[in-house]
Write a protein that binds this ligand. Structure first.
Ligand code: BGP
Length: 472
């Protein structure tokens, strides 16, 4: 298939960029916000900042939104911190937290920027962790109550809702990121119970929004990336297919079809990790339907057959949300020799993004929104008050070219919201790993003046949004 003419981006395409509360807001113990696990984490990777000040957006949101408006965002994806709204997760509602997000959303709307709200981005209130965390249905119920508060407060202002950010990465890599706590002596079994409880919370929440605000839209936001076989060897293809089931389709089959993926379920049973399913659970899972699928995409994964004794991954030690762990006897994660890597060892695969769009669309036929994609790099602020991040422009351009290819292939895509609108603290690699269009003047431990600077990518994205096409 060869296209001479690519279809244009739709006129109402949601050009956006993303952040998450704990990575951008700071003000970690102000105005009644309750603590989350990562606030108190003692063993942050060496040399990396904590999240207590982050980009200080809590105090500077007006300035940040003015910059977003200047850039031309049509939408902005951000998350609401559960522990600002209900500090201990399931107790009293905090009026200051409610007010903050009213102000934030009103400011976006005043600038004609459509809010895309993530309800939960890695930040379980610690008081709930102490009651058993997501392994307990106390947390599931608490989440549904929190969702109800959000829908009552903001439901008439917010059209696009995302339930849970990267549930799959919380299950597969949550320990490494310090965002999931397990207490039992069979942590993997506990993780898949956590997973099940999150699916229930998500399904109930989607059904509730549809009832309370039929005009609003809601979807899941996992990290989806297509899994390639290392070769055409049939055993490699089976390994890749199995990992696709465990990494990707388990999450979307539940969110969209309300059922466990067969291959993933077989994998869970074989390990003794199948969750306890209580009476009524399957009906709850079946009762909900998302309006769209949001997904985060950074790169693909490549898997080979994994005979016992052959190791699980070429890069087990580096494993994180984009460097797969693999599992001996099941799938062995290997590097893809056709791809380059970022400064942080993540493979770069724009064509894989087209493949990922196609795979999700083929399977579910729901409109898609990209809620993360982007390049983490060691940006340098230069004397002219700019960051010359041509490498980021290149990265975004290539992924958007493939997005246009996918649109031309017939995939329905509603919007693109790269990571990040403004520099934030990375999940485990500090402040130095920057993604933003807007630079924040601080280092790992020196907060400097936290001033904002426009990067070259800011002006590039501005032009793109103005013209609705990739700049020449
Ligand atoms: C995703 C998360 C984000 C995020 C991004 C980049 O997994 O949803 O919260 O930070 O990846 O990852 P990192 O910060 O590790 O570079």
């Amino acid at each position: 298939m060869y296209h001479k003419e690519l279809k244009p981006f739709p006129q109402d395409f949601l050009w956006s960029a993303s952040t998450s509360a704990y990575q951008v807001e700071g003000a970690w113990d102000e105005d009644g916000r309750g603590p989350i696990a990562i606030d108190l984490k003692k063993d942050l990777p060496e040399g990396t900042s904590d999240y207590k000040v982050a980009a200080d957006q809590y105090h500077r949101y007006k300035e940040d939104i003015a910059l977003m408006a200047e850039l031309g965002f049509r939408a902005h994806r951000f998350s609401i911190a559960w522990s600002r709204i209900i500090p201990d997760g399931d107790g009293e509602i905090n009026p200051k937290g409610i007010e903050y997000y009213h102000n934030f959303i009103d400011e976006l709307l005043a600038q004609n920027i459509e809010p895309i709200v993530t309800m939960f981005h890695f930040d379980t209130p610690i008081a709930l962790d102490e009651k058993g965390g997501w392994a307990s249905r106390t947390t599931t119920d608490a989440f549904v109550r929190y969702a109800e508060v959000l829908f009552k407060e903001y439901g008439s202002k917010v059209k696009y809702w995302l339930t849970i950010n990267e549930q799959n990465m919380m299950i597969l890599h949550g320990h490494k990121l310090g965002i999931i706590t397990t207490t039992s002596d069979d942590p993997d079994k506990e993780l898949y119970q956590i997973n099940h409880n999150m699916f229930l919370a998500q399904a109930k929440t989607m059904a509730m929004l549809h009832q309370m605000h039929p005009e609003a839209k809601i979807g899941p936001a996992p990290n989806i990336s297509y899994v390639y076989p290392a070769s055409s060897k049939p055993e490699d293809v089976i390994a890749a297919d199995n990992y696709n089931a465990v990494r990707n389709w388990l999450y979307l089959d539940l969110a969209v079809r309300g059922e466990y993926n067969t291959l993933a379920w077989a994998y869970l049973e074989e390990h003794g990790w199948a969750p306890t399913i209580e009476e009524g659970d399957l009906e709850i899972l079946k009762s909900a339907r998302p309006d769209f699928i949001a997904f985060n995409y950074y790169n693909t994964t490549t898997m080979a057959d994994a005979p016992l004794g052959g190791g699980a991954s070429e890069r087990s030690e580096d494993a994180d949300q984009q460097i797969a762990e693999g599992e001996e006897g099941y799938f062995k994660a290997v590097s893809n020799p056709h791809l380059q890597m970022t400064d942080f060892g993540w493979e770069i695969d724009p064509v894989g993004m087209r493949m990922t769009y196609r795979a999700i669309w083929d399977r579910y036929r729901l409109p898609l929104i990209v809620t993360e994609n982007g390049l983490g790099a060691f940006d340098q602020l230069t004397d002219d008050g700019r960051v010359h991040d041509d490498y980021r422009i290149e990265y975004l351009r290539k992924h958007l070219e493939q997005t246009q290819e996918a649109i031309t292939d017939g995939v329905e895509i509603l919007g693109y919201s790269p990571w990040t609108a403004i520099d934030v603290v990375s999940t485990h690699q500090g402040v130095a790993k920057r993604y933003g269009f807007i630079y924040v003047n601080r280092d790992e431990f020196d907060l400097k003046d936290l001033a904002r600077y426009r990067k070259d990518s800011f002006f590039w994205y501005q032009q793109l949004i103005q013209t609705n096409e990739l700049p020449p």
